[in-house]
Write a protein that binds this ligand. Structure first.
Ligand code: ADP
Ligand code: ASP
Ligand code: MG
Length: 460
């Protein structure tokens, strides 16, 4: 039985953070830890900026950005390691950065950044951080062994949001990791990255290291999956929006999955799927405050006196209004509409319909013009961006009458564009203008969390 420890970008952002991560791993040695790391904080964004600059033939800008990231990795490595050890790592990092620069020159020469090359560029973040962290852990006496995730996580070829192929992935993970655990080694892997069956590098979507950790935990039937981040666990809302957000001590899989899906960035939306399948508890913990108990996510949510567990918000939502031009009231209208979204592989979140019209929300802006063009063959289409979904989650919604009235009274002066209460009956979801999000969330938080059940929530 292993435990998976995933350290996010801020938890490996510099030598101090990596030192803290090493201590956390040491405290878990008896439980056979497997370590998954993100790229150092902000590096993925910087790599994306480099790729884009190169794609616009701005070679010098791309290389300059790359130089800054190179310096940061070298400096962190030299702070963490004695001169002798640093020498070996330095030449490995140097080789990686040289091939990144070569790639950027190639992109700049062609003047085009494809999704496939984007993945190649982005993967350097986790390749470099996992190398650096492995060396730092080894220098602290841990039997750390670097495992290239691209040799284990097999995905399809949907570059930048590739889907893991679970059978192959599980086989590879077990074959690679079990022998290492038997030898009491600590495998260290980069999150977020994988490869197709043909060995082409892929990434599984922004924030995907949480998902990588859960896949690895499920493959190894781990005892626990620990997500180490920069906050004391899952909170009742985004602490950036609401500084008095409470820590949720304990929450159910279903509730946490809804929150992650509707914008609680602290967990990638797919993280809980593998954990649910194998019933593995997921803990969200603060690497800057490891003594805090964080949030425990398990199959059964404890009973809670508050109606809601938390409020999430997801910005950059587009509302698409579709009005049937012909086939008024005809059956098959909805099906043809959804087929268009399906064909463009564009997930739909909130839906409301009348006899002749349908409104729905999607969170991908790029795909919209092409989708609208297809829809216009059968309907009048209007779309508007800069909206947000706000989602209140809690199992008590199921059996408490009159909740919607309370919610909409709290925000009665804010224009609500769509409303939906999910089939799961554990969320109330509505759509508002993006600019109204801070006000709406703060007011709802004030109304529903001023009093709280101290068995479930903590203010610290
Ligand atoms: P990591 O790099 O460790 O993966 P992320 O930045 O992806 O960290 O996620 C952690 C951040 O998520 C927090 O710093 C916080 O700003 C944000 N966040 C949004 N909603 C929530 C929430 N409900 N609870 C906790 N954090 C949240
Ligand atoms: N480094 C990747 C990102 O920033 C993956 C992750 O951190 O989870 O999106
Ligand atoms: Mg994250």
């Amino acid at each position: 039985m292993a435990v998976v420890l995933k350290f996010g970008g801020t938890s490996v952002e510099d030598s101090t953070a990596i030192d803290r991560a090493a201590e956390i791993v040491c405290s878990r040695l008896a439980q056979d830890p497997i370590v998954v790391v993100s790229a150092m904080a902000k590096v993925t964004d910087q790599l994306l900026a480099m790729g884009r600059a190169a794609g616009e033939a701005d070679r010098d800008v791309a290389l300059q950005l790359s130089r800054a990231v190179r310096e940061r990795h070298y400096n962190t490595a030299s702070e963490l390691l004695h001169t002798g050890v640093f020498g070996g790592l330095h030449s490995q990092l140097e080789a990686d950065f040289d091939s990144l620069d070569e790639l950027l020159r190639g992109i700049a020469a062609v003047g085009e950044l494809t999704p496939r090359t984007t993945d190649n560029v982005l993967a350097f973040g986790e390749r470099l951080s996992s190398r650096l962290v492995t060396a730092a852990f080894a220098a602290r006496g841990l039997k750390a062994v670097l495992v290239d995730s691209r040799d284990c996580i097999v995905t399809d070829a949907t570059h930048t949001k590739a889907v893991p192929l679970m059978d192959d992935t599980n086989d590879n993970l077990r074959a690679r990791l079990r022998p290492l655990l038997e030898k009491k080694c600590v495998p260290v892997m980069g999150g977020f990255i994988g490869a197709t069956r043909e060995g082409v590098t892929t990434t599984i979507g922004r924030g995907g290291s949480d998902f990588s950790a859960a896949i690895i935990g499920a493959a190894l039937d781990s005892e626990r999956i620990e997500i180490w981040t920069d906050v004391d666990g899952m909170k009742t809302t985004d602490p950036n929006l609401c500084p008095d957000a409470l820590r949720i001590k304990s929450i159910g899989f279903e509730e946490a999955a809804e929150l992650a899906y509707f914008g609680a960035r602290v967990l990638h939306p797919s993280t809980l799927l593998p954990a649910i399948q194998k019933n593995i508890p997921v803990l969200v913990l603060n690497s800057r405050n490891p003594a805090n108990h964080g949030t425990r996510i398990t199959a059964r949510a404890p009973h809670c006196r508050n109606i809601f567990k938390a409020i999430a918000a997801k910005k950059r939502i587009t509302i698409v209004d579709i009005v049937a031009t012909r086939m008024l009231g005809a059956h098959g209208f909805l099906r043809s509409i959804f087929e268009v979204f399906d064909r463009h592989r564009c997930p739909v979140d909130v839906v409301s319909t009348s006899e002749v019209s349908i409104s729905l929300t999607v969170d991908s802006n790029e795909a919209i013009p092409a989708i609208a063009a297809d829809l216009e063959k059968m309907a009048d289409v209007k779309y508007a961006g800069r909206n947000a979904i706000v989602c209140l989650v809690g199992e008590n919604i199921r059996d408490t009458p009159g909740i919607a009235a309370k919610v909409f009274t709290a925000i009665s002066d804010i224009n609500v564009r769509m409303i939906s209460q999910g089939a799961s009956e554990i969320n109330i979801t509505f759509v508002i203008d993006e600019r109204d999000v801070p006000q709406a969330v703060r007011r709802l938080h004030q109304d529903f969390f001023a009093d709280f059940d101290s068995e479930v929530f903590a203010r610290e």
